[in-house]
Design a protein around this ligand. Sequence first.
Ligand code: GLU
Length: 549
Amino acid sequence: MTASAKLAELLFPDITKTLEDYETIYPPRVLPKGAKVTRIAPSPTGFMHLGNLFGAMVDERLAHQSGGVFYLRIEDTDQKRKVDGAVELIDEVFKRFGLEFDEGFTLQGDKGAYGPYVQQQRGEIYRCAAKALVAKGMAYPCFCTEEEIADLRGKQTSQGANPGYYGSWALCRNLSFEDVEARVKAGQPFVLRLRSNGNAEHTIKVRDLVKGELEMPENETDVVILKSDGIPTYHFAHVVDDHFMRTTHVVRGEEWLSTFPIHLQLFDAMGWQPPQFIHTAHMMKLDNGNKRKLSKRKDPEFGMEYYDREGFPVEAIIEYLMTVLNSNYEEWRLKNPEASYRDFKFKAEKMSSSGALFDLDKLTDISKNIVARMTADEVYEKVLVWAEKYDPSFYLLLSADPSYAKAILSIGRGGKKPRKDLWLWSKVKDYMDFFYDELFFPAQTYPTHISESDVKKILEQYAGMYNENDDQNLWFDKLKLLASDFGFAAETKEYKNNPTDYKGHVGDIAMILRVAVTGKMVSPDTYAVIQVLGKERVLHRIQVAAQSL
Ligand code: GLU
């Protein structure tokens, strides 16, 4: 037995499987040529952000467009950051956005043959891979304490050396077997480090599918691959998991670019072919004229919770992100207004390598257009889901009489020029509150050029002539009659030609009615509103309004 093999046995006596065993357990996938295997691998920190969704969309498109596999892995090696309910949140967010995993973690348990898909449950696999590296002489235990590492850093700083555990600074690199054995037997805690054969003076070429070929310094640090509790670091877990889960394309945030050489070195040390990589650029924001990354701390719009709470339609967020993902998407959309975004041919090469500016106005515009195209039934269902979570009393009103709510939401919908004043579910209540007596707030602010006594009389007279069966023309003819009776022009044009001859025009009569029945100067078409409100509500509101003057 070589010294390294002896060391491997000493450190991992419980590991009996070999890498070959795992090669058999997780064989290369049988998939059509060109099929991509992608994964999204969030950490259960309780915070889901735009980057998670953005990456998941790229993964999903790459896999499903190519007849491949898209799976979900939970990266919970950092127990300190783990939060209760975080996996439920991950599940909920991806479901809400319609991202369907072919395999991976689910709340009901793992689905698929390449699991476990939760890193905490993969300890034995990591330890087996680590053991193999030790046996090859490419990893070693390090017993340095935090104080020793701090001391090392201090010396490096004072001598102007690069910081890190490498080369001659790596104190535990060459401990004798006997020394290690004695320490292990004495129960001294240790981490496992890669024995790097790199040299930071050398540059290596790395390939990113979007950024192209990049030159980066080779990794020379003996990075930690297993922490003292035997849990792998991200670097090692990523390499082991993406190998044994047979990932073909890793899509991850560009914060991992700087450690990319470490990952490639680890793949090499293991003797494995690395997958292809796409490092996605961060979304940026203009802040006082300066471009900066969207930040968890400063920008609520970075967190997915914001979009849920505000009630952005998921369709709008997806559509917006597609425009960010591929620059030719908008052109395609113009030609294919009705198509699903999934019909668009997404290309990784068309992704921007620099961070896109996050544009809330554009998202709002997209949202207005998308909501304008929805049927009243669709809007109703979506508002209902939103309200159930964020506005229970509104939810009760909506669900008590679905057909009334849908009639309200039908106003201005479906024609050639649909209304575009809805884009957030959280604003729907403001838009339709006056239809509900429980929310109606009679605000008696009539146009100031009309006297109160005229308003009162007009309302009273209107109540007498109102007939719920009048069509829009007849209804308007009645307003014209009222206008003439009270010294207002029956035609707007007449008024414009001779403004001094009139108190106003027929539009003012319509406005008086609008204010009386809606409490607002701005509302959807008054005739449509009156029709939906129905006879009883209309007459009651008009009478109350007239009496209050
Ligand atoms: N758990 C890592 C993160 O949330 C995943 C990175 C990766 O996709 O490899 O950043």
